[in-house]
Ligand binder design. Structure first.
Ligand SMILES: Nc1ncnc2c1ncn2[C@@H]1O[C@H](COP(=O)(O)OP(=O)(O)O)[C@@H](O)[C@H]1O
Ligand SMILES: [Mg+2]
Length: 306
């Protein structure tokens, strides 16, 4: 059984003319123990996808099965329970509570679970040791460096012993040394048999992953397996092209480059992908039109009622 299976999941924001299709009928199956790197330009829907997979948000359409169970339409409370028992979430901006000490932050998810205070602190201390932060347990978040904050956030994500870790650009705010420490931690968690799904803009971090997904305009445009320790050739070409181009803007948004690097070894497939994308775009436009139409119909109806 797959740990995660989503089927034609869409997420729409806004109404009428201002509708944004953040996710466009995305289907994805994730097996236990995979380490997936998700790339794609800003606005391509990566965070929206992570929030849905992490049960922080619900899809507008489509089905989400977590460990074989349909969780797409659960109540907020049941959703939170599923999240607590299965998922650890790591954010780019750490999201630690500033008035609580490090150990209190880490122990917090256990409080929601109803674990006794003594046991909570003991478990939190053990996880803090695991991330190398035991000596900072009584510090406040403001007293820690960015790298330490992210390690504390990882400890908080791990404290419930979840089997799925979702990390949305976990190294986005870190210097390269701290980023490496964070990646090594995620890698350890992966090696223990857990599933890791990580959004990153940094192509060199794809070396930790065994599967790479590229998103564009709310769709998955590539989904390829990779060998841990290797950077896939497509990503490597993008890095090389960037070294030559010296273009700051492209550097900031490196994954957008994937689209423009010709893949000489796979030319037929590429034309194929291009065609598919064109068709998908057309279908997407039609769907948005349809959604808008049904929305305005519904509006008319409700106004007629009045
Ligand atoms: N809460 C929201 N309300 C309206 N639009 C949103 C919201 N969240 C995301 N979007 C839009 O959805 C699209 C995808 O966003 P996001 O998932 O954050 O992309 P990424 O993480 O790849 O940068 C963007 O066009 C963004 O502006
Ligand atoms: Mg994002």
């Amino acid at each position: 059984m797959s740990v995660i299976q989503i089927d034609e999941v869409s997420k729409l924001y806004g109404f009428g003319d201002a509708t944004t299709v953040a996710l466009d009928e995305v289907s994805l199956t994730i097996e236990k123990g995979e380490f997936i790197a998700v790339m794609g330009p800003s606005g391509s829907g990566k965070t929206t996808l992570m929030n849905i997979l992490g049960l922080l948000d619900k899809p507008t359409h489509g089905v989400y099965k977590l460990n074989g169970r349909d969780v797409s339409r659960l109540s907020k409370i049941r959703q939170a329970k599923q999240r607590r028992d299965n998922i650890g979430f790591i954010f780019q901006s750490f999201n630690l509570l500033s008035k609580l000490t490090v150990i209190e932050n880490v122990a917090l998810p256990l409080a929601y679970k109803g674990t006794r205070s003594k046991k909570r602190l003991k478990t939190a201390e053990r996880v803090l040791e695991q991330v190398g932060l035991a000596d900072r347990d009584s510090y406040l978040p403001t007293q820690l460096s960015g790298g330490q904050l992210q390690r504390a956030a990882i400890a908080r994500a791990l404290v419930n012993n979840p089997s799925i870790i979702i990390a949305d650009e976990p190294t986005g705010n870190l210097d390269s040394v701290s980023a490496r420490v964070v990646m090594e931690l995620l890698s350890e968690v992966h090696k223990l048999g857990n599933t890791v799904i990580m959004v990153t803009h940094n192509p060199s971090l794809t070396r930790y992953a065994d599967r790479i997904i590229y998103m564009l305009d709310g769709s998955i445009v590539y989904d390829e397996s990779s060998v841990v320790g290797d950077i896939p050739s497509r990503v490597q070409r993008a890095i090389n092209a960037l070294r030559k181009s010296d273009d700051d803007e492209k550097l900031a948004n490196v994954s957008a480059m994937m689209e423009t690097i010709p893949d000489s070894s796979k030319t037929p497939e590429k034309t194929d992908t291009k065609k598919k994308r064109k068709a998908a775009k057309k279908a997407r436009k039609a769907r948005v039109k349809k959604a808008k139409k049904s929305e305005s119909n519904a509006k008319e109806k409700s106004e007629a009622k009045k």
